[in-house]
Write a protein that binds this ligand. Structure first.
Ligand SMILES: [Zn+2]
Ligand SMILES: [Zn+2]
Ligand SMILES: [Zn+2]
Length: 852
């Protein structure tokens, strides 16, 4: 050891060559007993033979003394603590920029946020503490421990910088260390090492190595091992536990032939009709040893990174350096691209290293993000076909970059990240497209679709903070992304059409969950896109034009039927015949609904007066815009009239979600808005005729075909009731910013008032009935005290909110978010209350009921 240290100190020597010679000599010896390693002994030898001399050279003095000094001089302002699975994290609901900004327990306890409204979470692992990140917090970005000037870090800037000699050594040491680590981690040869590491005669010593996957159960692996190797239960269990923890393990050592035989046996015993065989490789002992040591070097670097910003910066520079004139990815991109091929243990080391280096230095985090987006499509595709959980994928790092507002803006402007994400979706979703280029998720795989959701989530992350400053470039790139996103919506518009079943009940309920789940995933993304579009007049108009074009393209498809004329009370309507009860209908209309959303935003800002400059009056066919949302509402009415009984539960569930709080903002609510747009722009008589016709009530209103069939009469009555209700909504439901002059707060207040008109409710019950925004907030806290008083719990039970008396006048019996049950409950409660009031005041009961 001493000799080597002296050698390394000699100025003339070639570090790279010496370093590799040293590794070639020691690594295979240190890691020779892979089947039954003495871990402490191994670590001692690694320290003595390699790491200690390496550190001596790097620091120019005794490593322990040097690191002690460095430690005292303080470190980063960022906490950056990486969370383990299950660890508690804290987010401040008052100050966090979005819900992904979290603190570790230590930082939280030492921050101002402990006195704010906060949420606690259990980490899934892989995230890190955002203490010190000024972009993550509206206030109090630093805890007292990480504040500059806090104990120990006062002299930070002066002393923690490394001297030029150490920097020079780092620049010489890191490239060799990193190159070796990368080369060995992505090494694919099972039998050979790179020539510079092959110094001795190759011996016939191999391992049969078993890899972890998420498909085979624990018991299945144990069983396969017992059968294949003839080993005891205990040994098989030991192997399996280690594989699950580390990601891979040598289960047999020996000559090549015998390892090869064991490999085939394990594969044979782990394979069955529904499962692929386990992943097994036969590796030469020296290959295995060097790969192990590469990971050890990874954690060595990881530790070193925590000592100094200079180390981090030099490390990042080397990782990002591209070979001159080469198209090859830089070191860090190579590792990223290899991520899905690495075993679990290696991925963990790699991700921790990224956290401790790139993510601790803002400038390098940005450069890393650029590389990440450059290979985004490839990485996501790898992840989608990978069999490991998301926390173990490098793609899970997206949240750390995309939710940083300045970084997101940079990535949109310079890397076109919105378009890249939507294109990725378009490239991975085609397997779900039918012959009409619409999605159809029948027989989908839940696991695979869950992986696609991760991409959708990235879109949400990028859009979560609306820019305050728009450049021309940002505007262009955003619009490009929006148009690309419209292509996804086009594949959804009219997807999974259904047709009313007559006679026989359907045999199998079709899958509906996937389509609704995607709708739920997209809800806030759709809202955010609309909000972004509304940031500036020009943008909104251009986005409207694009969306209008897309709606029209979908609406003019397959319109072969000739128009017919419909007369009633001296009015006529020309339209193409269509019947919800007989023709195909779909409840998925995200394009129409996005257009409705953009339309109210045009109204809100008054920009609507310029609409004709972007969409000519001839192009703007309002009847066509209304058509599809109207069909959807008619479907709901017909389901209520039990006309679709034979279509089974699948349809009932879809209709439920259509109006449920999880989806309604971008489904039901927008359809009502579209009808309001139609009512305001169409001739009123034409509008009413269209409604009558689509509700298939024309004959009923003409009073022809009097039927004696009680069922049909009942059915007709329900339809009339449903139709009248929709007309009441179209005229009366104006509590939408843009439809009338109300704020978002007013809307939340009105929702709460109507909930409390049913009965007094607990906090949690109200929260559950309000839609959540992109930050998972309902806005309840801001307004609840204006409309309700909290009644403390009695001996048992929980406290409830009671509506304030002065809010009772806001009660609208025909509130459009009431379900049928809620409607009758609210009506009942309010009638009872008025009766009570009348009795109290001794007034005439009859008069009051009449007023209602
Ligand atoms: Zn922390
Ligand atoms: Zn902190
Ligand atoms: Zn706070």
């Amino acid at each position: 050891m001493g000799v080597l240290f002296l050698q390394w100190c000699d100025e003339r020597f070639n570090f790279q060559a010496t370093f590799l010679q040293c590794l070639a000599k020691h690594v295979p010896n240190i890691y020779s007993a892979e089947m039954d390693p003495l871990l402490e002994k191994q670590e001692e030898m690694v320290q003595a033979a390699i790491l200690y001399p390496l550190e001596c050279y790097l620091f120019g003095e005794d490593p322990d003394i040097f690191l002690e000094k460095l430690q005292q001089s303080g470190t980063s302002q960022l906490c950056g603590k990486v969370f383990k699975g299950g660890e508690t994290t804290y987010s401040c609901r008052d100050c966090a920029v979005d819900p992904t900004c979290v603190l570790c327990m230590d930082c939280f306890q030492n921050s101002i946020h402990k006195n704010h409204r906060y949420k606690m979470h259990s980490s899934t692992g892989g995230g890190f503490c955002d203490c010190g990140d000024t972009e993550a917090w509206k206030a109090g970005p630093l805890c007292t421990k990480h504040e500059p000037g806090a104990s120990g870090s006062a002299k930070e800037n002066s002393e923690c910088q490394l001297n030029e000699e150490i920097m020079e050594h780092s620049r010489r040491v890191f490239p060799s260390v990193i190159k070796y680590m990368v080369d060995m981690l992505i090494w694919e040869e099972e039998k050979e090492l790179p020539p510079e590491l092959t110094i001795r005669e190759k011996v016939d010593s191999y391992y049969c190595v078993l890899f972890n996957d998420e498909h085979h159960s624990y018991d299945h692996v144990i069983y396969s091992l017992q059968r294949a190797l003839g080993c005891e239960l205990g040994e098989a269990q030991l192997h399996t536990t280690a594989i699950d923890k580390e990601g891979r393990r040598a289960v047999k050592a020996g000559h090549y032939a015998s390892c090869q035989e064991a490999k085939e046996e394990i594969k044979r015993h782990s394979e069955n009709v529904s499962q692929r065989p386990l992943h097994v490789e036969v590796l030469h002992a020296d290959v295995m040893a060097h790969q192990k040591f590469a990971l050890r070097l990874g954690s060595w670097l990881n530790k070193l990174m925590s000592y100094s910003s200079d180390f981090r910066q030099i490390f990042c520079q080397i990782c990002l350096k591209e070979e001159a004139g080469s198209e090859k990815p830089c070191f860090i991109s190579k590792l990223m691209l290899w991520d899905a091929k690495l075993h679990k243990g290696a991925r963990k080391v790699l991700h921790e290293l990224i956290f401790s280096s790139f993510f601790m230095e803002m400038e390098y985090k940005k450069l890393f993000a650029v590389e990440f987006v450059k290979y985004y499509k490839a990485l996501q595709k790898e992840y989608i076909s990978d069999d490991h959980d998301r926390v173990l994928s490098v793609t899970a790092l997206s949240v750390q970059m995309f939710t940083v507002p300045t970084l997101a803006r940079h990535l949109i402007e310079e890397q076109n990240v919105i378009t890249i994400i939507t294109e990725t979706l378009l490239e991975v979703l085609p397997e779900y497209l039918d012959k009409n280029d619409k999605f159809n998720f029948q027989g989908y795989s839940q696991d695979k679709l869950n992986r696609v959701y991760a991409v959708i989530y990235d879109l949400r992350y990028v859009l979560v903070s609306k820019p305050t400053l728009w450049t021309d470039r940002l505007r262009e790139r955003f619009l490009e992304g929006f148009v690309s996103f419209l292509r996804i919506l086009t594949c959804m518009q009219g997807m999974e059409e259904i047709k009313r079943q007559i006679g026989q009940h359907i045999e199998v309920d079709p899958d509906w969950e996937a389509a609704i789940a995607i709708q739920m995933q997209l809800k806030n993304i759709l809202l955010m896109f609309q909000e972004w579009c509304a940031c500036d007049e020009e943008l909104l108009l251009r986005a409207y034009r694009e969306c209008h074009k897309a709606v029209m393209r979908c609406s003019t498809n397959g319109r072969s039927r000739e128009k017919t004329v419909f007369h009633l009370c001296g009015h006529t309507l020309e339209s193409r015949p269509y019947r919800v009860s007989a023709d195909p209908v779909s409840i998925h209309l995200p394009l129409s609904r996005t257009l409705a959303g953009l339309h109210v935003r045009l109204s809100k800002t008054g920009t609507i007066s310029r609409l004709h400059e972007f969409v000519s009056p001839e192009e703007f066919k309002v009847e066509l815009l209304v058509e599809y949302p109207l069909r959807c509402l008619v479907l709901v009415a017909q389901v209520a009239a039990e006309m679709w009984r034979r279509n089974g539960l699948s349809l009932i569930s879809q209709v439920f979600y259509y109006q449920d709080v999880k989806c309604r903002e971008e489904m039901y609510d927008k359809d009502i808005i579209m009808l309001q747009i139609g009512a305001s722009l169409m001739d009123p008589n034409q509008f009413l005729l269209l409604i009558l016709q689509r509700y298939e009530l024309a004959d009923a209103f003409k009073k022809i075909k009097p039927t004696k069939d009680q069922d049909l009469i009942k059915q007709c009555n329900v339809l009339i009731e449903e139709m009248l209700q929709i007309l009441i909504y179209v005229v009366g439901e104006r509590y939408v910013p843009g439809v009338s002059n109300v704020t978002k707060e007013d809307v939340v207040m009105r929702e709460i008032i109507h909930l409390l008109c049913i009965e007094p409710m607990a906090h949690s019950a109200i929260t559950k009935s309000l839609p959540e925004n992109e930050n998972n907030e309902t806005g309840l806290e801001n307004v609840i005290d204006k409309v309700a008083t909290f009644k403390k719990p009695g001996v048992s039970g929980h406290g409830v909110y009671e509506l304030k008396d002065e809010c009772l006048k806001e009660f609208n019996m025909f509130f459009y978010h009431y379900t049928k049950t809620q409607h009758s409950k609210a009506e009942h409660t309010q009638k009872k209350r008025r009766k009570q009031e009348n009795r109290d005041e001794g007034k005439n009961l009859k008069r009051m009921t009449c007023e209602m």
